[in-house]
Design a protein around this ligand. Structure first.
Ligand code: COA
Length: 238
């Protein structure tokens, strides 16, 4: 599973990542108390570095070694790329879990946009959790589909997870401070990778403040893995 835009990293196929981390990143990794969190964080950094290097290669520029592509964290937890050149700022988005990580990098600003990416496993979703990320109208469409069983996802779960992944990706693209949520993302998907995403409420205000001109969204599925990616076109990072 791959895309010309974003990069997927499989932890099982990764060698020793230490050489790909900068000294600051190695120190940050060592500071995590929980092994799982450290593993996910490192995997996310690997995907982010791969995504930044892929962006530079798409631009026809030499990609620095992974350890020189340094991914820091903003106070809200959003990843930040330490500047590598004098071009428009490079912004990256990260998702990790299930032994995998996805990263996507774009040049931000009026000539580019902000990336958001999310990966999720398609698994049975309890009906009671839908209200945390789906509007009543979106829930209506999801609940009209056949449910799965306790251990087997059905069409209802499949749609719910696609919408969820799109909303997480759209949320991350705006890099919001705390206090904003997925219910201010509206999403609709087709069956072949197309999607429509828009913002409401405080996320809409944020998108407008960042200079958003358009929102482009796509998703893909391989087996029970779903990846969604959203570009907020024309927006700048703050
Ligand atoms: C922050 C959030 C988007 C992370 O998504 P997730 O699916 O839990 O986890 P993922 O692995 O996909 O993404 C984690 C990465 O998101 C990035 N991230 C964290 N906060 C971010 C923010 N404010 N903006 C952009 N990216 C952010 C980080 O890179 C993080 O990885 P890292 O800490 O290792 O660097 C999510 O927890 C969240 O807050 N969602 C919105 C809140 C909401 O409405 N929740 C409803 C209940 S489902």
């Amino acid at each position: 599973m791959t895309s010309p835009d974003w990069q997927l990293v499989d932890g099982a196929a990764l060698g020793d990542p230490a050489a790909a981390l900068s000294p600051d990143e190695r120190a940050a990794a060592a500071a995590f108390a929980a092994d799982k969190r450290r593993h996910d964080w490192v995997l996310g950094r690997m995907a982010a570095k791969a995504a930044v290097r892929a962006l530079l290669q798409r631009e026809g520029r030499p990609a620095p070694p992974p350890a020189d592509v340094v991914i820091e964290a903003s106070p809200t937890g959003a990843p930040c790329v330490r500047p590598l050149d004098d071009g428009d700022p490079i912004v990256v988005s990260i998702s990790h879990g299930h032994g995998l990580a996805a990263g996507w990098a774009l040049r931000a600003g009026p000539r580019g946009g902000l990336p958001g990416i999310d990966l999720e496993r398609i698994r049975p979703r309890k009906e009671g959790t839908l209200r945390f990320y789906l509007t009543p109208e979106e829930r209506h469409g999801v609940l009209a589909l056949p449910a799965g069983s306790d251990d087997q996802a059905g069409p209802r779960d499949d749609l719910a997870v696609r919408l969820w992944a799109l909303k997480e990706a759209a949320f991350k693209a705006l890099r919001p401070p705390r206090g904003m949520g997925l219910l201010d993302v509206r999403a609709a998907v087709d069956e072949v990778g197309g999607a429509q995403v828009s913002y409401a409420g405080r996320l809409l205000e944020r998108a407008q403040a960042l200079g958003a001109r358009d929102v482009r969204a796509r998703w893909t599925r391989q087996g029970d893995l779903c990846v969604a990616w959203v570009e907020v076109v024309g927006a700048s990072a703050v």
